[in-house]
Design a binder for this molecule. Structure first.
Ligand SMILES: C[S@@+](CC[C@H](N)C(=O)[O-])C[C@H]1O[C@@H](n2cnc3c(N)ncnc32)[C@H](O)[C@@H]1O
Length: 221
């Protein structure tokens, strides 16, 4: 169905904004700077381009955790302006921390009061300032494509470290991102080391116009 809520100019601006964020060849610092620049326009842009990854994460989490939603602790990585937290809250999840390297994006989330702890940090080869086994659930929703597909293995080891044994790490993105070699190798490597087990893989057609979404659910061992 055509989206008639926005003018042609607004739609063109939304698409321009999206292209600005996904331009290839930028390093992580440059990408974060771009998110800082467009932070105030981000939610409207997502609405215009019709990206349903945050909504899908809320639904997936609700299907996986039918009980104890008010008590489980969640870390939302690459939190952005908090769209995923907003969706999780609709399903009754209350205790959500957000990790996000862009100060501007995190500021937008703060205005909406979407997280308990706002952690301004990057997921990379650094150690996170989070104690071991703090969370039952870690979510990663649409982390910048070029970065997500080349994250070092230490980044995933950190996600496992901060998650309780028996807890879950859920990551969703566009299907082709999960096909990339470095990402595929790192995800399997953690399974081969016995750190996590792939519990489920789901597909969502048209997660964004013309693009299929993939969700990976890992159980932390
Ligand atoms: C497309 S936005 C997704 C934000 C939010 N999850 C959503 O669905 O609206 C990508 C986010 O990834 C963040 N990001 C980029 N590199 C990152 C990294 N290395 N670690 C954590 N977050 C990162 C960006 O700052 C940006 O907020």
């Amino acid at each position: 169905m055509e989206n008639t809520r926005f003018t042609e100019e607004e739609e063109a601006e939304g698409r321009r904004c999206f292209q600005y964020l996904v331009e290839k060849g930028l390093d992580n610092a440059a990408i974060i700077k771009r998110f800082d620049t467009i932070a105030e326009k981000y939610d409207k842009m997502q609405d215009i381009i019709g990206n349903n990854l945050p909504k899908w994460m809320g639904e997936s989490l609700a299907a996986l955790y039918t009980r104890n939603r008010q008590t489980v602790k969640i870390l939302d990585v690459a939190a952005g302006t908090g769209l995923a937290s907003h969706e999780m809250r609709k399903h009754g999840f209350l205790h959500i921390d957000g990790l996000e390297p862009s100060v501007g994006m995190l500021e937008q989330a703060r205005k909406k009061n979407l997280y308990e702890r706002y952690i301004c940090d990057i997921l990379a080869d650094n150690s996170l300032d989070i104690s071991d086994a703090t969370y039952t659930i870690v979510t990663v929703v649409g982390l910048s494509s070029e970065i997500f597909s080349t994250l070092p293995i230490k980044a995933f080891e950190e996600l496992v470290r901060v998650t309780k044994s028996g807890g879950h790490i859920l990551m969703n993105h566009f299907d082709y991102i999960f096909e990339r070699d470095v990402l595929r190798a790192n995800l399997s490597s953690l399974e081969n080391c016995g750190l996590w087990k792939l519990e489920d893989k789901q597909i969502m057609p048209e997660i964004k116009k013309g693009i299929t979404g993939h969700l990976h659910i890992y159980k932390v061992l």
